[in-house]
Design a protein around this ligand. Sequence first.
Ligand SMILES: Nc1ncnc2c1ncn2[C@@H]1O[C@H](COP(=O)(O)OP(=O)(O)O)[C@@H](O)[C@H]1O
Ligand SMILES: Cc1cn([C@H]2C[C@H](O)[C@@H](COP(=O)(O)O)O2)c(=O)[nH]c1=O
Ligand SMILES: [Zn+2]
Length: 290
Amino acid sequence: MFAVSRMKALFPLQISLPVAPAFPNAAAFFSAAPKSTLFFNFPAVIQFPASPSLRPIMGSSGPASSRVQNRNFWPAGAAGDSTASYPSGEIHVIVGPMFAGKTTSLLRRIQSESENGRSVAVVKSDKDTRYGLDSIVTHDGLKLPCWSLPKLSMFRQSLGVDAYNQLDVIGIDEAQFFGDLYDFCREAADQDGKTVIVAGLDGDYMRRSFGAVLDIIPLADSVTKLTARCELCGKRAFFTLRKTDETMVELIAGADVYMPVCRQHYVSGQAVVEATRAVVEESSEKVQIG
Ligand SMILES: Nc1ncnc2c1ncn2[C@@H]1O[C@H](COP(=O)(O)OP(=O)(O)O)[C@@H](O)[C@H]1O
Ligand SMILES: Cc1cn([C@H]2C[C@H](O)[C@@H](COP(=O)(O)O)O2)c(=O)[nH]c1=O
Ligand SMILES: [Zn+2]
């Protein structure tokens, strides 16, 4: 059952965002619906390539419209080589602090690609268990079923080669948790002609490069840095402050641990967190000595 709903995540659909589901609360709907109906209760236009005759796909051995055949490949005679053709993939990167709207923007772009008749699939890191493993979920509760994987290199195998070859667009959320992000994006765009849309944190709570997100900037067609609202003054927030004293880089959590802040309140907030940490450490040392 789960596999069916996951497989359905491969195919194009049209979700009108902001979502106007048949159920007043999309989150409640999704949590109540059995897995098999998890994906579609929206006014959805679903194009299932049930068979090659229904919808020719790029690179298939079956019938293909001229639009499909040349859609992602340079025509023969391209400058430099009159015989070869190279896939014209794309990479678009969306970064920013937490609560900046990265997942919302990814969902909107996936919707737009789907409305243009392109087949899409979304994958996120299985480390992100905040809202469940089989969907990407925004902080506002908008959901879209996805694949949850420990590594991107498992994506093609998980989908199946035929399904992967049919894909035009791959969405990646929580990209900071994928160590193989660079190689996957480069191969998907350069060799397979996919459009890859990547959403992830550019910086961790210490404002250091997070995972491989910044590594793919040189591969990108476009880079968008979104901002949130500073929780302390309402100005634009560029950074994420961790309110607790944990020091590990990867700590899956939401507003209970993190808040978006402007530069002024990052600097002052970080100073408070570090001073608090020093006091706690000093008192724990005294306890040990005493
Ligand atoms: N301080 C904040 N600034 C901006 N948006 C916030 C804030 N706190 C909560 N939100 C909500 O979070 C939503 C963005 O969620 P989401 O797209 O999941 O962000 P991200 O993926 O960047 O963490 C916003 O539309 C807004 O409703
Ligand atoms: C800053 C920071 C964040 N994380 C975690 C916290 C969340 O689970 C995700 C980011 O979620 P969002 O979609 O951007 O809201 O990353 C972390 O592990 N380490 C950090 O420093
Ligand atoms: Zn501020």
